[in-house]
Ligand binder design. Structure first.
Ligand code: AMP
Length: 214
């Protein structure tokens, strides 16, 4: 029997959402759906959505709800999501959470990775990414191949929105817009808050035990 697991992962930018989502989906055999990754691909491919989203991302602002909701609904409707999914980076506003509920998209658990702002500022400054999707950190998760990706050998880069002034803006937006989403899932009894400063494996095990899949 396939156990359905529809989850979402929330937390400040740099709280480790992407890395934790990657680790959890391997264990749960469900796809990870990152709205940030989908938007970056759309920008790279030069699609209409990419053109609309590009300037918001560059400024550290949120992409308008109507752009993002359509992308997520289309993605969740695909075959590989039938046994569940892990939403990473969506919903980020109360409007997105309510639109998702209105579309009949239900979730079983909302995971919140709790990380203090001081830790976030340090983490994001050291993040390095590869166009293949691999994520590194100069201190906590360096590439064994130095400035190039361990997986594909391409050069690692700093994400455009990881510049210090943009990080501060993204954190401010997170506090104002995403905190109400956390309260929304808490009110529904679906919120699982975990300490996001622990290591990736420990957090994965903790979450799996909390959702009864340990
Ligand atoms: P992320 O990779 O999740 O940190 O997202 C990078 C950027 O993509 C964000 O700073 C936003 O500009 C945009 N973005 C990603 N997900 C959303 C969303 N659910 N709503 C609005 N904008 C988003």
């Amino acid at each position: 029997m396939v156990i359905m697991m529809r989850m979402l992962i929330m937390g400040a930018p740099g709280s480790g959402k992407g890395t934790q989502a990657e680790s959890l989906v391997k264990r749960l055999s469900i796809p990870s759906i990152s709205t940030g990754d989908m938007l970056r691909s759309a920008i790279a491919e030069g699609t209409e959505t990419g053109k609309q989203a590009g300037r918001y991302i560059k400024d550290g602002k949120l992409v308008p709800d109507e752009v993002i909701i359509g992308i997520v609904i289309e993605r969740i409707g695909r075959e590989d999501c039938k046994a569940g999914y892990m939403l990473d980076g969506f919903p980020r506003t109360l409007g997105q959470a309510e639109a998702m509920a209105k579309e009949g998209i239900d979730i079983d658990a909302a995971l919140f990775l709790d990380v203090p702002d001081e830790v976030i500022m340090k983490r994001l400054g050291g993040r390095r990414v590869c166009s293949c999707g691999s994520i590194y950190h100069v201190v906590s998760k360096p590439s064994s191949k130095g400035d190039v990706c361990e997986v594909c050998g391409k050069p690692l880069t700093v994400r455009e929105d990881d510049k210090p002034e943009t990080i501060a803006k993204r954190l401010e937006i997170y506090h104002v817009q995403t905190k109400p989403v956390i309260d929304y899932y808490a009110a529904q009894g679906k919120l699982l808050t975990v300490d996001g400063t622990r290591n990736v494996e420990e957090t994965t095990e903790l979450v799996l035990s909390l959702i009864g899949r340990g």
